[in-house]
Design a protein around this ligand. Structure first.
Ligand code: PRP
Length: 181
């Protein structure tokens, strides 16, 4: 496989991603048997995982999207969640599956889960591609997770650095020299 020159190494290949995403999606399919969940993708990082994940689902689903960011800056997320694009659908009484690329501090997903629950969702579960458990600061955990990873700077398969590298079909580790310039 051709690796981008800004990558230190490939952490997860296309084949590894496909196999595990399929496995997790099949579990979700079983768990939601008889239901018609609203599958909510969080832009932009989740797009590739989302597109692959939903294609392994056989149950009827509806698709929707949100774009969020946290106010303030700095290493530790502070303040409230800023909704840049809200859902088109009403979540009241719906079973919602939030699809995210990565859970880091947990700030985003803790707030999103609370928000959708407050809006009256019947249930809210979280499906993540990557989990950086050692970085957790907020009390939230994915219900479905594909890979537990160390605290590395990961790019590709939707994940970016300065809006670059999202289109790479694998998950790579970014070279330190790229972000320590
Ligand atoms: C990333 C990721 C999560 C969040 C995780 O989004 O997609 O939403 O950060 O971090 P947390 O657990 O500390 O809240 P980002 O703000 O980079 O936007 P993007 O999805 O558009 O890349």
């Amino acid at each position: 496989m051709n690796m981008h020159p800004d990558c230190e190494r490939i952490m997860l290949t296309e084949d590894q991603l496909r196999a595990r995403v399929r496995e997790v999606a099949e579990k979700v399919d079983k768990d939601y048997d008889g239901k018609r969940p609203l599958v909510v993708g969080i832009l932009k990082g989740s797009i590739i995982f989302y597109a692959d994940f939903i294609r392994f689902l056989t149950m009827p689903v509806e698709l929707d999207f949100m774009a969020v960011s946290s106010y303030g800056s700095g290493a530790v997320s502070s303040g409230k969640l800023n909704i840049k694009k809200d859902l088109d659908r009403d979540v009241k009484g719906r079973d919602v599956i939030i699809v995210e690329d990565i859970i880091d501090s947990g700030f985003t997903l803790a707030n999103l889960k609370a928000l959708l629950t407050e809006r009256g969702a019947a249930s809210v579960s979280i499906a993540t591609l990557l989990n950086k458990a050692e970085r957790r600061e907020y009390g939230v955990a994915p219900d479905y997770n594909c890979f537990d990873i160390e605290n590395e700077f990961v790019i590709g398969y939707g994940l970016d650095y300065n809006e670059q590298y999202r289109h790479l079909p694998y998950i790579g580790i970014l070279k330190r020299s790229v972000y320590e310039k």
